[in-house]
Design a protein around this ligand. Structure first.
Ligand SMILES: [Zn+2]
Length: 220
């Protein structure tokens, strides 16, 4: 069961088509397995469409918004998948929208780059000109503690397989962790399965720990 969801502001921005490519990727990936956030996006999209209809109509009365909201609330959402992501098969857990950005290979991380401490990563090419808006896949070995780090801007992490925990709680497959410039955290990957996740961030990570300057230099 997914416990950690995306904020309404992020979903509204996505529904309105205002998200950056990397943020769009993590929203699209999350809502393939999260019926709650998917319903919210659908509601925002319908609301946006209805508001457009109103703005184009000459027959608007004061009850229009009430009518729209009641129609939206009465709509029957036919959601066919559950909130639960299986953990037995990493490939199955990767949303289709995300798969197309990853390299082919017999093993998921076969063609990923090797970082320090057994961490593997793959930077997703979204064709963006702004290098400070990035999307990266991470594969972290079991029981790995990452250095405490802060953020210059928003960082969103979607767990694909395994999980991690930090000062804010535990995150399993499908969960999204939201960090911003106001906090820092020390994630530890799941002791048995490690963690495969999609991370999108705007701005550089700032490591604060003892090895911070080295990690910042290595851009891990
Ligand atoms: Zn959600």
């Amino acid at each position: 069961m997914i416990k950690h969801h995306l904020h309404s502001e992020i979903l509204l921005s996505y529904a309105a088509g205002n998200s950056s490519p990397s943020e769009s990727l993590i929203v699209a990936s999350h809502i393939t397995s999260c019926s709650k956030c998917r319903r919210d996006v659908e509601t925002f999209e319908k609301l946006g469409g209805k508001l457009l209809e109103i703005s184009n109509s000459v027959e608007v009365d004061s009850s229009s918004l009430d009518n729209i909201m009641s129609r939206i609330n009465n709509d029957d959402y036919s959601i066919d998948s559950s909130d639960v992501l299986g953990t037995s098969d990493i490939f199955k857990n990767i949303p289709v929208v995300l798969q197309k950005y990853l390299p082919d290979g017999d093993s998921l991380t076969e063609n990923w780059k090797k970082g320090i401490g057994g961490i593997k990563y793959f930077d997703i090419d979204l064709g963006q000109s702004n290098k400070n808006t990035r999307a990266r896949m991470l594969s972290i070995p079991p029981g790995k503690k990452l250095p405490n780090h802060g953020h210059e801007a928003q960082e969103l992490t979607l767990v694909i397989h395994g999980g991690f925990s930090d000062e804010n709680g535990s995150y399993d497959a499908g969960d999204v962790a939201i960090e911003d410039e106001n906090n820092s955290h020390t994630p530890i990957s799941d002791p048995k399965e490690g963690c495969v996740c999609l991370v999108v961030y705007e701005g550089k990570l700032k490591f604060k720990g003892l090895f911070g300057p080295i990690l910042n230099f290595l851009k891990i």
